[in-house]
Design a protein around this ligand. Structure first.
Ligand SMILES: Cc1cc2nc3c(=O)[nH]c(=O)nc-3n(C[C@H](O)[C@H](O)[C@H](O)COP(=O)(O)OP(=O)(O)OC[C@H]3O[C@@H](n4cnc5c(N)ncnc54)[C@H](O)[C@@H]3O)c2cc1C
Ligand code: FES
Ligand code: FES
Length: 492
């Protein structure tokens, strides 16, 4: 039975998750697969929740159960295999980790670029590579890069594991080759061939938006000859696609702008774009040609550069193993303990209650604001285990065992003295409105914890999901740089 509801257009209140479902936690891959089987195809796995929670709020999917896989040990690891140089990425590796990972940046720069292009730091910190692929969107930004890299996907089901090439994974919008009782556990990237590189380009309406069109190129050159070229695009067909006719044109040729223009013309012929709310088919064909030419020029140049050897292995991201498995059934409530601003709070919650509602309505921490409710404005940002996350997309029951900090937790609990970030914002008169400022402060706290001395560009990039068009940005950037100086430059 399909879990797609027919009446999505009737649902308008993105502040609530109205549907009821069982909340289950899996402690192992086998348990997750068994739970998928138990619900006969009507359960959904919860990774970062940045697609699933939005789809559920919109009632585009109405699963009978949500199975949280974040407590399965090892699923967020990123490891190089010394035997063949391949990179093994756990399905729960976050987009933010991949964006900053030295092995990804050095060996697979196109993947790092694709991850850096995601809507906001918060979406990067919550969203996972596995979720990006399994959502099955033609606009998934990591998909074109994985296609040109020839990634292999490890899928676990009741009969064991199978390996599927990524080009066989995407079937149609929202539909992948995953069986209802299967989960993706790992993505394997082959070792980069000597002299090869990857490039990713994206055209979007604004930073916090999905692609009108995206493009990835894998390119190898020897002297002036192109020895290998693979091209893939997203958002220009029902699934992310390879452009093999253009690839065949390039192989064995000397690179020239005229050759790149011809490849661009072929690409624009071979895609099958549609008109939708992000773009028109006409524009997508035009931009596909231009992106191909830009991408080939960039790849040609990058393939000629010598790149640093991959750094040593790097630890994984913030998905850590937590408390024992738990569950809350649809219609039931359960008493949970949340750790908020250094204190313990016990609250009764149903599976469909969001952390933001619990913080605001039960714990009276109304500094965290509700605005869009679907991940786009970042007004609801809190820190969860030190990472900036969107509390409007987090199930309260999934936050057990995590350290949550809200804007009320920034001031010194003993003296009430404001945090230096708050002081710096006051000193620079760096305010957005009352809805946006708390989220901005929380994201700035995470930024300075992660990058104590950020450059101006890093500040703008990290805060891109919070900065609202209503206000001047210069004073905000100045305040963050001042706060950085206060934190790291001057002793107390
Ligand atoms: C404001 C905003 C901006 C965004 N910007 C971008 C963007 O720029 N580019 C982009 O590509 N995407 C973007 N997204 C979409 C989303 O953030 C990404 O697709 C993200 O990587 C999804 O990962 P997740 O862990 O949050 O997935 P979830 O929401 O947890 O899961 C998504 C789907 O995959 C299934 N699933 C998850 N993990 C597995 C697994 N291991 N095995 C089997 N099934 C699984 C879930 O059941 C669900 O159906 C944006 C979303 C928002 C809200
Ligand atoms: S209210 Fe959460 S991102 Fe807008
Ligand atoms: S809506 Fe808050 S500053 Fe624009």
């Amino acid at each position: 039975m399909s879990d797609h509801a027919p009446h999505a257009q009737n649902i308008t209140n993105s502040h609530l998750l109205v549907q009821e479902f069982d909340y289950r936690e899996a402690a192992s891959v086998e348990e997750a697969v068994a739970l998928l089987g138990e619900y006969g195809g009507r359960a959904r796995l919860l990774a970062g929740g940045t697609d699933l929670m939005v789809m559920m709020k919109m009632e585009r999917v109405t699963p009978a159960a949500v199975v949280n896989i974040n407590k399965i040990p090892g699923l967020a690891e990123i490891k190089a295999d010394p035997r063949d140089g391949s990179l093994h990425i756990g399905a729960l590796a976050t987009i933010h980790t991949l964006h900053n990972h030295p092995l990804v940046q050095s060996g697979y720069p196109g993947l790092a670029e694709a991850c850096a292009s995601f809507g906001s730091t918060q979406v990067e910190a919550m969203g996972t590579l596995g979720g990006n692929l399994c959502n099955g969107s033609p606009a998934a930004d990591t998909a074109p890069v994985l296609l040109v890299l020839g990634a292999q996907l490890v899928l676990a089901g009741p009969l064991g594991r199978r390996i599927l090439p990524v080009e066989k994974f995407f079937l149609k919008p929202g539909k992948t080759a995953l069986q209802p009782d299967e989960m993706l556990t790992e993505i394997i990237l082959p070792a980069p061939a000597p002299g090869s590189t990857t490039v990713f380009l994206k055209a979007a309406r604004v930073a916090a938006d999905l692609a009108k069109a995206s493009l990835a190129i894998l390119f190898a050159r020897q002297g002036t000859t192109i020895t290998a070229a693979r091209i893939a695009m997203g958002s220009v067909a029902p699934t992310p696609i390879r452009l093999e006719r253009a690839e065949a044109l390039l192989a064995g040729q000397a690179y020239t702008p005229e050759l790149a223009a011809e490849a661009g013309r072929i690409v624009s012929e071979d895609i099958s774009p549609i008109d939708d709310n992000r773009s028109t088919a006409w524009y997508r064909r035009r931009i596909a040609s231009a992106m191909t030419q830009d991408g080939l020029a960039a790849a040609w140049e990058r393939a000629g550069e010598s790149r640093a050897a991959p750094a040593a292995d790097f630890p994984s991201n913030g998905h850590r193993t937590l408390a024992p498995t738990s569950e809350v059934r649809a219609g039931e409530r359960k008493e949970i303990e949340l750790h908020v601003n250094g204190r313990k709070a016990r609250v009764w919650v149903a599976p469909n209650e969001l952390l933001l509602n619990v913080l605001r309505e039960r714990l009276e921490l109304t500094g965290t604001k509700y605005a869009c409710g679907i991940g786009e404005c970042s007004a609801c940002t809190v820190q969860i285990d030190g990472k900036p996350m969107l509390s409007c997309l987090v199930l309260a029951v999934s936050a057990v065992g995590k350290e949550i900090v809200t804007v009320e937790g920034l001031a010194d609990p003993g003296t009430g003295a404001l945090d230096r970030v708050q002081e710096a914002f006051i000193d620079s008169t760096a305010f957005q409105c009352g809805y946006c400022t708390p989220g901005l402060l929380m994201t700035t706290k995470s930024l300075l914890a992660e990058i104590p001395q950020p450059s101006e560009d890093q500040v703008r990039q990290y805060l891109r999901g919070n900065i609202c068009r209503c206000t001047g940005y210069a004073s905000i950037v100045r305040a963050v740089l001042d706060a950085a100086e206060k934190v790291t430059g001057r002793p107390e």
